[in-house]
Design a protein around this ligand. Structure first.
Ligand code: PLP
Ligand code: COI
Length: 330
């Protein structure tokens, strides 16, 4: 299988915002867009995106998982970046239109069609360092995918980093700049301790990794940071917490300090996991902090992580009832 996100369908769908209006979405070739070199996005990073998936069910039907949540988050990201206001109904229709055109290319489970809506400021104005772009481009790219983590569901090694991933008021925005600012710590962690990901813990507050949310599981309790502006409000996080509540688990959305994490992770039945559209729910086996390696529980993941991942996949793949109404048929 090719690396995650490197294969694209030959067409995408696009709409432009100009003169206070969104153009009628058009299906175009997906291999290029034309931008003025002075486009706002290239200088002042007026860009946000989403990541969601479409799944093929056994009856051949194609279903998109939690599209409304992702579209709403894209609207919020656009607003917080002062990009033109998006039309959520139009974006939803763009997504279902392009996915239905490429329905035949949606892989069978465990594969899926990764959907990448993107919104960028295109006004050619390098003078607008402190002013928003009044023109923009929104498009939806599709990429058939398999597993995000090359080792499948192999337990991950996370390096705990004392610095923040990005500016504290911008973490909830799914914007390219946040990813770029996390790259140096991630590359250093890979080289120094062969970490798979960095777990950002500014001032000892356990936040998230560069591409997924973090969850600690201690018996019947699941603990994760309460929502605030400093980190991404993962749709998978919300789904897993809902499924945990459905199973009678106690969900604690609150502050988790590094000290508490390391103490509880040392219990023999402790589990930790990363949640995300790409990551699904991937077990964490090792936490590295201050030069010391801490094994989480057995270091091999555990039954609750597996059960929650399976419960999520069964809904996505049409093997369990969609009780919460999370699927949209295209
Ligand atoms: N945090 C970051 C930084 C991410 O990139 C992602 C992935 O999208 C997530 C969390 C998880 O979000 P979601 O579950 O909506 O995919
Ligand atoms: C996602 O899970 O959708 C993300 O945006 C993570 C990305 C690194 C693929």
């Amino acid at each position: 299988m090719s690396a995650f996100g490197t294969v694209f369908t030959p067409e995408m769908i696009i709409s432009r915002f100009e003169n206070n209006n969104w153009s009628t979405p058009q299906v175009v070739k997906s291999d290029s867009i034309t931008l003025h070199p002075g486009a706002h996005v290239l200088h002042y990073s007026s860009t946000c995106f989403e990541g969601l998936k479409a799944f093929r069910h056994a009856d051949g039907g194609i279903y998109i998982f939690r599209m409304d949540k992702n579209v709403a988050r894209m609207a919020q990201s656009s607003e917080l970046l002062s990009l033109p206001k998006i039309d959520q109904t139009m974006l939803s229709e763009m997504i279902t239109d392009i996915v239905s055109r490429f329905a035949a290319d949606v892989p069978n489970p465990p594969g899926s069609m990764y959907i990448r809506p993107t919104h960028i400021g295109t006004e050619p104005s390098i003078g607008k360092a402190a002013a928003p772009s009044l023109q923009s481009l929104m498009y939806v790219l599709l990429s058939p995918v398999g597993d995000y983590f090359a080792g499948g569901a192999k337990p991950l090694r996370l390096l705990l980093e004392d610095n923040a991933r990005c500016a504290s008021h911008m973490g909830m925005v799914k914007s390219g700049g946040n990813y770029a600012s996390a790259l140096q710590p991630i590359m250093k962690a890979r080289a120094a301790v062969q970490a798979d990901q960095v777990l950002f813990c500014p001032n000892g507050d356990v936040q998230e990794t560069g591409a997924a949310n973090f969850l600690l599981i201690d018996g019947k309790e699941i603990i994760t940071k309460a929502l605030d502006a400093s980190f991404l409000h993962g749709v998978t996080r919300d789904s897993i917490l809902t499924l945990a509540r459905d199973r009678g688990m106690t969900v604690s959305e609150r502050q988790l300090t590094v000290d508490e994490l390391l103490e509880r992770a040392a219990k023999p039945d402790a589990e930790a996991a990363l949640s995300g559209t790409a990551a699904v729910l991937t077990p964490v086996g090792t936490l590295i902090h201050d030069g010391k390696e801490h094994t989480v529980g057995t270091g091999q993941g555990g039954p609750t992580t597996n059960a929650l991942r399976q419960a999520l996949n069964e809904i996505q793949w049409g093997q369990a009832e969609d009780k919460h109404g999370w699927l949209t048929k295209v």
